[in-house]
Design a protein around this ligand. Structure first.
Ligand SMILES: [Zn+2]
Length: 268
């Protein structure tokens, strides 16, 4: 078990620098990756300040500027950032493959140096996968529906089938997301996880009012079942709902809040 994620601040010349969390499991020399916090952007009010999501009503100019700041801070080419619209499914797209509109996927897989893929999330899991041996990576959005349906293992399968990755080589790092502390669920959600992972303790846990689900533990169990080594899973990110100073949270703020992203790309 790796983590917690380490933080680095960039752009020290400005008062409110962009802050990007990274996982020590993903080799920095090979991949540019990370999860920005909400610091260092230009959006205001509930979206203050580094909102990178364009679907909840922020000024598109703010979103573009925020993404540009992330690219500068992280060191990737903003013009080569590939994103997609998420639909809480398990559709995975390999960058460069033909696809039919609308471009709606929950994961992007890429082996092109210099190209960065991203997944958006505000409580959902922004999961990054990296295979240093084959030089292929993926960004996946997984809420509870995507998690239980296997969005992350679908991305892993695409890496294996298309690029010859071995699951044992793949690193899986989960970014800031709602933790088991805050993810209270109704009985139908708890039941879905109990059914999908009947022998995995810690996925559905008792809470003060209702049951809680640990989406990180579920993700770990699913990827380990698919062949990922336990020590290659980073599953201790901060909870987005607990820390309003650093993170947006859909459960806490609704559509008036902002959206984060996890990004990853092979270095050019
Ligand atoms: Zn929490």
């Amino acid at each position: 078990m790796a983590g917690p994620l380490t933080a680095a601040c960039y752009s020290p010349r400005v008062a409110d620098p962009v802050e990007i969390l990274t996982s020590a499991l993903i080799p920095a020399a090979r991949f540019c990756h990370g999860w920005p916090t909400r610091a260092g952007g230009v959006s205001t009010e509930g979206r203050a300040s580094l909102n990178v999501g364009g679907r909840w009503g922020d000024d598109p100019a703010n979103v573009a500027e925020n993404r540009r700041r992330v690219a500068i801070a992280a060191g990737f080419d903003a013009a080569q950032l590939v994103v997609t619209r998420h639909v809480h499914g398990i559709g995975i797209q390999v960058v460069g493959d033909p696809f039919a509109e609308p471009a709606e996927f929950d994961g992007l897989v890429c082996d092109r140096p210099g190209v960065t893929v991203a997944a958006f999330a505000a409580d959902c899991l922004p999961v990054l996968l990296a295979d240093p041996e084959r030089g292929v990576c993926a960004a996946v959005h997984a809420g509870w529906r995507g998690t239980v349906a296997g969005a992350v293992t679908e991305a892993l399968a695409a890496m294996v089938q298309r690029f010859g990755s071995l699951a044992a080589d793949v690193r899986v790092a989960i970014g800031p997301s709602i933790g088991p502390c805050c993810f209270e669920v109704g009985p139908e959600v708890a039941e879905a996880f109990s059914r999908a992972l009947p022998d995995t303790p810690g996925v559905v846990v008792a809470g003060p009012r209702k049951e809680h689900v640990d989406l990180r533990a579920a993700t770990r169990a699913l990827v380990e079942r698919a062949g990922v080594q336990p020590e290659h899973v980073d599953d201790r990110p901060p909870c987005t709902r607990c820390d309003s100073a650093r993170f947006f949270s859909y459960r806490r703020d609704g559509l008036a809040g902002g959206v984060h992203m996890g990004f990853i790309g092979l270095r050019a």
